[in-house]
Design a protein around this ligand. Structure first.
Ligand code: UT7
Length: 335
């Protein structure tokens, strides 16, 4: 039996208006615009300041943009998957809230927790529901309100992250384009290098967890950096090589936006020049599960049917992976 292929057929995104610049951070912690730019490539990030608006708000805005662009009836959606490490609350899943907000009353919904690889893992999951023939329309969203778990007294992490959301619609492909291949990995042996210790069943909320600031993201930058450079470059090279592609065949590398130096190493390993790399880290920082679909949203207008894209990510867990996507439609509007 021939396998159905899944294709991304629409993109939506949402970015909060408020900007947190390197100059703003210089007033909060002992850092400098020069250090942040040269070590990470970031100039500013977006922050959702309204304390009453959480990750589901941004995810809903992104989904509504997608529905409006495609003039799609939300009752046609079969499944909503939200990738996030900043869910509105532990349960219910943020995806359930989003599905209700957008009127996807016929959809089932769940969250995927895979940190910066979240969108790729959610995409891979959604693809299987299309390929198997179970579903016709799956909405995959990457959304994180990182500002709620970032410690703005810790200069080693607070300069890195921003808030945002973006999403992709998966439908059966009617030609040779679509999600061609994907690779996923996880290795929990170094989980403590990148985590949020407090609030779960290991360290339930208590005055002590608050005092020890365990409800903030914790990252050991150097070990994560080393693992990310190797993991992301290896997996991107693996997907290219096992599909017989060369750097020349790739229209765009779409990397997770954690650090310009990690992206540079990945591009070099793949033989892809930087003009073929989607980069928006300068403007948004690391939005965790939202980085890859936010890139797709920014470049959507330039994308053409048949363009080969390699999506690649590395993040907490550790988790990492890549996908080869042959783009399924010509972009419109402006990037
Ligand atoms: O997205 C999920 C996966 N995450 C990642 O991929 C992130 C991976 N890690 C990184 O991107 C980098 O490790 C960082 C950007 C987090 C840090 O860059 P680095 O080049 O690895 O710096 P470092 O941690 O080795 O620190 C170098 C120095 C230290 O000072 P000393 O000990 O040499 O005196 C830090 O204290 O830079 C200092 N430093 C800062 N200085 C100014 C650390 N953060 C800052 C800062 N401003 N914001």
């Amino acid at each position: 039996m021939e396998t159905r292929r899944a294709a991304i057929t629409a993109i939506g995104h949402y970015l909060p208006e408020d900007r947190l610049t390197n100059a703003d951070l210089e007033k909060l912690v002992d850092t400098s615009d020069e250090w942040i730019r040269t070590r990470t490539g970031i100039r500013e990030r977006r922050i959702l300041k309204d304390p009453d608006k959480a990750t589901s708000y941004m995810a809903t805005q992104a989904a509504q943009e997608l529905l409006a662009k495609r003039n799609l009836d939300p009752t046609e959606i079969d499944l909503v998957i939200v990738a996030t490490v900043t869910p509105d609350m532990f349960f219910p899943a943020t995806a359930c809230i989003v599905a209700a907000e957008i009127g996807a009353v016929n959809a089932w919904a769940y969250d995927v927790s895979a940190a910066c690889s979240g969108f790729l893992f959610a995409l891979s999951t959604g693809v299987r529901f299309i390929e198997s023939g179970k579903h016709e329309k799956v909405l995959v969203i990457g959304a994180d309100k990182m500002s709620t778990i970032v410690d703005y007294t810790d200069r080693t992490t607070c300069v890195l992250f921003g808030d945002g959301a973006a999403c992709a619609l998966l439908e059966p492909s009617d030609d040779d384009n679509g999600i061609m291949d994907s690779i996923e990995h996880a290795d929990g042996s170094q989980w403590s290098s990148l985590c949020m210790l407090g609030g779960g069943s290991l360290h339930p909320p208590s005055p002590l967890t608050l005092e020890k600031r365990l409800h903030f993201l914790h990252q050991e930058g150097q070990p994560v950096f080393k693992a990310a450079v190797k993991g992301m470059a290896d997996v991107a090279a693996e997907i290219v090589e096992r599909n017989g592609l060369s750097g020349d065949d790739i229209r765009y590398l779409v990397p997770h936006q954690a650090n310009l130096r990690i992206i540079d190493a990945t591009a070099r390993r793949m033989g892809v020049t930087m003009d073929k790399v989607m980069l928006n880290i300068e403007r948004y920082g690391n939005t965790t599960a939202a980085t890859i679909p936010l890139c797709l949203a920014d470049w959507e207008a330039q994308l053409r049917k048949g363009d080969n894209l390699v999506l690649a990510a590395f993040g907490g867990g550790f988790t990492w992976g890549a996908a080869w996507v042959r783009w399924a439609y010509d972009g419109s509007g402006s990037a």
